[in-house]
Design a protein around this ligand. Structure first.
Ligand SMILES: Nc1ncnc2c1ncn2[C@@H]1O[C@H](COP(=O)(O)OP(=O)(O)OP(=O)(O)O)[C@@H](O)[C@H]1O
Length: 493
């Protein structure tokens, strides 16, 4: 660039800052746009680091850029002026780390001025928890035609930075499916993988509900700055159950800003919901369009071959040995989603533990499985079990007031009663997680999923426990099976 051009370029930039306002200028233009005006052919070349910024500049700033360039070049309204937007990541990558302040990063980490870096390059200290704090791993994910695209996209997002030129390296990854098909698993596996590759990477897994609650708390307690710093200085943001934002205009706006900051700084966003972004009720057009700028992938219910692989893998993870060809019987009876398959195996595990309390592995023979499925059929033939049948039985037996189970008490016995109620509701009724959540007055089903997971782990550990007012210790498996029997007796009565 000649000196004369540097002069006109910075004058165009100054004029643009006046037109769009200093804040927007510092957010969108100063860190990510380089201008180069040529008076030979009256072209303003606008270099940007990625497609996302290009889109943003084209949609929101092209008129202002034209007006500013016209004014500085002395062209009148009719004078032809071409705007040439070019994506030139190298030009931005080549700048030295300290050469140019980046207002996004300055905001996030007061006092330091690092340029955007991919997780693999970032070395600054963060509040990194160990990779193992994310429960799920790619290695445990059973891949079949129903989920292979989602798996490949999440893995690719976790394994490559934005500088790599592949379709998942720009824009967010949006996974959607019915409940229990593996979205959370893939989100957490991506977080874990990024953290394994780069232990200091700033990775956040959250849910739509948690984001909303934290945002509301931040507004009320006047700590919005801290909340924004936390959300915006991430290398990877994973938000599960983003449909929770439906109808929440302010939260959507706040999220959109975080989203823009994160992506503009070259970091990644992965989202999950039970619906396609266009079908989430009352999602703002801006949010839908941002979701659609990346890759939107649906996970389907597993086909028969994948179901069999899942059953064998999940059984072996639990130390269950299935008698020959029992996987097919389980596949025929377990529900449609992977979570329901897990639920059936958890039930078989509990029954096998009762039958053979000792040893690291447990044999599940055909008789045991047939007994379980026959009981389920018998139960279905009677009047269907209602949520209240379970809730009443559990509360009465554990001596917990019913109103507290639907409340937010963290008392040990209430938490136990709530966990057993939702666990049995999932096994003994046809209610979905969202329906169980509604029965408990919960706004989102993620708390119900967590309660079931907690109960499942407790059943697997099966540590003896002492209940108030009872002289002898019992085990979670004995307690749950006893309650299951009581519910069945009450329904039959
Ligand atoms: N392909 C898979 N291989 C192994 N385990 C799986 C697979 N898909 C799902 N699971 C397991 O099934 C359970 C439910 O999956 P997950 O919670 O990821 O579903 P989800 O789609 O997020 O459901 P929701 O919409 O209710 O949040 C988890 O324990 C998960 O590890």
């Amino acid at each position: 660039m000649s000196t004369r051009h540097d002069g006109i370029n910075s004058r165009i930039a100054d004029r643009l800052a006046q037109k769009v306002g200093q804040r927007r200028y510092e957010l969108w233009i100063q860190p990510s746009v380089q201008l180069d005006y040529s008076d030979q052919d009256h072209t303003l070349r606008v270099a940007v680091p990625n497609r996302f910024v290009a889109e943003k500049i084209r949609n929101d700033f092209s008129d202002e850029l034209r007006q500013a360039a016209r004014a500085e070049a002395g062209l009148d309204e009719q004078g032809e002026l071409r705007l040439d937007l070019c994506v030139e990541p190298d030009r931005f990558a080549r700048q030295s780390d300290t050469a140019r302040p980046n207002p996004l990063r300055d905001n996030a980490a007061a006092g330091s001025t690092p340029r955007p870096q991919s997780p693999s390059r970032r070395r600054d200290s963060g509040d990194a928890a160990p990779a193992t704090s994310f429960r799920h791993r790619f290695e445990d994910f059973v891949v079949g035609p129903c989920n292979e695209l989602a798996y490949a996209a999440a893995l690719s997002l976790a394994d490559t930075g934005p500088e790599d030129n592949n379709p998942t390296s720009t824009g967010p990854l949006f996974l959607h499916s019915d409940c229990g098909m593996g979205k959370t698993h893939l989100l957490q596996a991506a977080c874990r993988r990024v953290r394994e590759r780069q232990p200091q990477a700033r990775v956040l897994y959250t849910t739509g509900e948690q984001f909303t609650n934290e945002y509301i708390t931040a507004v009320r307690s006047n700590t919005l700055d801290t909340f924004r710093k936390k959300m915006r200085r991430l290398d990877l943001l994973a938000v599960d159950d983003i449909g929770f934002f439906a109808n929440k205009e302010k939260t959507q706006q706040e999220f959109l800003h975080s989203f823009d900051h994160i992506e503009l700084s070259g970091s990644r966003v992965i989202l999950a919901s039970d619906s396609h972004p266009k079908l989430i009720k009352k999602f703002s057009d801006a949010l839908v369009s941002r979701c659609m700028q990346g890759l939107v992938v649906q996970l389907q219910a597993p086909d028969q071959a994948t179901r069999l692989s899942l059953i064998n893998r999940l059984a072996s993870n639990r130390g269950l040995v299935l008698q020959s060809q029992l996987d097919e019987l389980v596949a025929a009876h377990a529900g449609r989603s992977v979570r329901e398959i897990e639920g059936t195996l958890a039930h078989l595990h509990a029954l096998a533990t009762l039958a053979q309390p000792q040893g690291p592995t447990r044999l599940v023979n055909r008789a045991l499985a047939e007994k379980l499925f026959a009981d389920q059929r018998q139960l279905a033939a009677k009047r269907p079990v209602r949520f209240t049948d379970i809730q009443d039985t559990v509360c009465e037996h554990l001596n917990v007031p019913i109103a507290q189970v639907a409340g937010s008490s963290r008392h040990r016995m209430v938490v136990l009663a709530r966990a057993i109620t939702v666990y049995l509701a999932k096994q003994m009724t046809t209610l979905s997680y969202p329906e169980i959540a509604a029965a408990l007055n919960k706004p989102s089903h993620s708390t119900v999923v967590t309660a079931v997971q907690r109960m499942t782990r407790q059943l697997e550990d099966n540590q003896p426990m002492l209940l108030p007012g009872q002289p002898d210790a019992t085990t979670p498996v004995q307690l749950v099976e006893d309650l299951r029997r009581r519910v069945m007796q009450n329904v039959a009565a």
